[in-house]
Write a protein of this length. Structure first.
Length: 360
């Protein structure tokens, strides 16, 4: 078996899970679903396929201390700090250079830190298939999730013909499409030809490097400068000097939507990106009135509420329906379930007020 690597993107802010999710300890460092932080779960899922020494976590300086606390199984040098966020293409380019230092031709996976996977053995089988495809050909490989509903919050991948290298389990990717409206999402679902884009990728370093040169030359030039700096100085110093100047663009826009050598592994392992409090409710059993209760919480004469209470504080809700109530030691959120996606707007207002910035 060829040497393999996994790079976990763990720099997001998880704003829609405020007030539990904060700048220093965001969603992926919390047990939003399950008993362990989501990053810990992500690492555990890949350890049977990749040794701990070959797993990198890309995070931020603000989150570094909390990330170290949940990444105890990894070598400390495998936690890499982005000095600033430059979107996913720059992070993939950084991952490419880190892997290249260890093994120039190795395949590596890019995985988000904060997704829920229900069927872990199924996930490992799909990732193994993706690794084998990436190792056997000059292809960019992505995992496509078989949709269960006409979701409008995800991008989609349209499948093409079966790939001759593994015709039973791998397809050509015909195109990537952005988040659709409700009507188009229903068409995608009914066609049976589309998968959700989960942001999980596998490729060899030279293949993604060639894609950057072909489709994102400005970013490729910046990565060349970064690679030169990494050879001359420490990783921290090189990143501080070069990384902020890299083009800010997503990997989908930079490469995936333009490339013609993309494969998709159709997958069905109970995936959810858990993007809001209402999505979290899908993974916790409700009471007889449809309420989701976590921590020391209580609902009297209410239906379909989500009530989260941290530590030894009782949060009680009486006579209301369809609310999200989240209590933490220093901040409490109350909002209608249907407006939970607007929490980011609230946080922008809090950020603008000097008296409330410390609660973010």
């Amino acid at each position: 078996m060829s040497e393999r690597f996994v790079v976990i993107m763990a720099g997001g802010r998880g704003e829609r899970f405020w007030p539990q999710s904060r700048a220093r300890r965001p969603k992926h460092l919390l047990p939003i679903v399950g008993a362990q932080p989501m990053l810990t779960q992500t690492i555990a899922r890949v350890l049977p396929l990749v040794p701990a020494r070959n797993i990198f976590v890309v995070t931020t300086q603000t989150q570094l201390a909390a990330a170290r606390a949940v990444c105890g199984r990894l070598p400390p040098r495998n936690l890499i700090v982005e000095p600033v966020g430059r979107d996913t293409a720059a992070a993939v380019g950084l991952a490419m250079l880190l892997v290249k230092q260890r093994n120039p031709d190795a395949a590596f996976a890019i995985l988000p830190a904060d997704h829920v996977i229900g069927d872990v053995p199924g996930f490992r089988r799909s990732l193994e298939t993706a690794f084998r495809a990436a190792e056997s050909a000059d292809e960019l490989v992505t995992l496509g999730i078989k949709p269960t509903e006409a979701a409008t919050g995800f991008g989609y991948i349209e499948r093409g013909a079966a790939w001759p290298g593994d015709p039973r389990r791998v397809r050509r990717a015909r195109r990537f499409v952005e988040k659709p409206g409700a009507a188009k999402a229903r068409v995608y679902l009914a066609s049976g030809r589309f998968y959700w884009n989960a942001g999980m990728f596998v490729w060899r370093g030279p293949v993604i490097a060639a894609a950057f040169r072909a489709y994102a030359p400005r970013l490729a030039a910046g990565l060349d400068r970064l690679e030169t700096a990494l050879k001359r100085t420490s990783t921290k110093a090189a990143l501080k000097r070069i990384y902020p100047s890299l083009e800010k663009i997503s990997i989908d826009y930079a490469v995936m939507e333009k490339s013609r050598n993309v494969l998709v592994v159709p997958a069905n392992f109970g995936w959810d990106d858990v993007g809001s409090w209402t999505a979290m409710a899908r993974h916790h059993p409700p009471d007889s009135a449809g309420n989701i209760l976590r921590g020391l919480s209580w609902v009297e004469d209410g239906r379909r509420n989500i009530v989260i209470s941290e530590q030894r504080h009782l949060t009680a809700v009486l006579g209301v329906d369809n609310l999200v109530v989240v209590h933490t030691p220093d901040a409490t959120l109350v909002c209608p379930r249907e407006r939970a996606q607007e929490i980011k707007t609230l946080l922008r207002r809090l950020q603008a007020d000097v008296t409330t910035q410390r609660f973010l």
